[in-house]
Design a protein around this ligand. Structure first.
Ligand code: URA
Length: 276
């Protein structure tokens, strides 16, 4: 082993210790039978998808400052479709500007800053969380609080780093007040932004962090536990689900499962790379 390898392993051990995860989070050379196996890419089991929710939209009066996602009249639905197709044609800069000025739902009233996402625009890995919290709202960067620190450590544990072949974003780009879950209409208003980010990045693998990300991406209300350990798809892109770092901070036993998910993600990426 090289000196660099030793240093890296030492650093990883320190991180895992700090997280209270040793000895559980050692990378094991052989995978026990209970661990998720690397995927047979041609034989994925998919979560039974529910149809996407119908648009709950309102008249497109964004320019005048009115909310656009709160009524479902026929005109409003077609205005929403218009908005979506405009967003789906945007390049990065225009998309970022559009998010920064978005007033499509009620969350615009309470946010300090929008949180577009951060990282490598050509990343193989796309991590998707729920929505900004207080610190993200203040700084404009996703996952900078305690949960973010854990996410960074989880990335390090599988040799990844924020910004290097990794992009991180959320289902909603504005902080829900009091850190409540985003409501379905809020997630729906933000969906075209995420859809365009996914199209522009074209990641090899999406990691959905927590229930809100999982349910919105996979259009399912199945429990997160029942969706772990297998590959799903969103817009044709493989998706792996795991626990939200904030949940892991509160629920120590779930950390071992999250580590299994990370190992599964890493072996899936290897399989995706070798399969072209
Ligand atoms: N939780 C999230 O889901 N996203 C963030 O950006 C921060 C905390």
């Amino acid at each position: 082993m090289t000196g660099g390898g030793n240093a890296r392993n030492g650093r990883r051990r320190e991180i895992l210790k700090e997280l209270g995860l040793t000895p559980l989070w050692h990378v094991r050379p052989a995978r026990p039978a209970s661990m998720p196996q690397p995927p047979e890419l041609s034989q994925e089991r998919q979560a039974a998808p529910l149809p996407p929710p119908p648009p709950a939209a309102s008249a497109m009066k964004a320019e005048s400052g009115e909310q656009v996602c709160s009524d479902s009249s026929v005109g409003a639905v077609s205005a929403l479709e218009d908005r979506r197709s405009k967003i789906l044609q945007m390049g990065w800069e225009e998309l970022e500007t559009s998010v920064a000025g978005c007033i499509a739902c009620r969350l615009c009233h309470s946010r300090t800053r929008t949180v577009f996402g951060v990282g490598d625009q050509n990343a193989d890995w796309l991590y998707i969380g729920e929505g900004p919290g207080a610190q993200e709202d203040a700084t404009g960067e996703p996952f900078v609080g305690q949960a973010g620190k854990l996410l960074d450590n989880m990335l390090t544990a599988i040799d990844l780093k924020r910004g290097r072949n990794v992009f991180i974003t959320n289902i909603v780009k504005c902080r829900p007040p009091g850190n409540r879950e985003p409501r379905p209409d809020e997630a729906q208003c933000c969906e075209p932004y995420l859809a365009r980010q996914i199209e522009l990045i074209r990641p090899k693998l999406i990691i959905a962090l927590g229930k809100t990300a999982v349910q919105n991406l996979l259009h399912t209300d199945a429990s997160l536990g029942s969706l772990r350990g297998r590959l799903h798809r969103h817009s044709g892109i493989p998706v792996i689900v795991t626990y939200h770092p904030a949940y892991l901070l509160r629920t120590l036993p779930a950390k071992a499962k999250a580590w299994e998910d990370l190992c599964f993600a890493r072996s899936t990426m290897e399989a995706l790379r070798t399969s072209g």
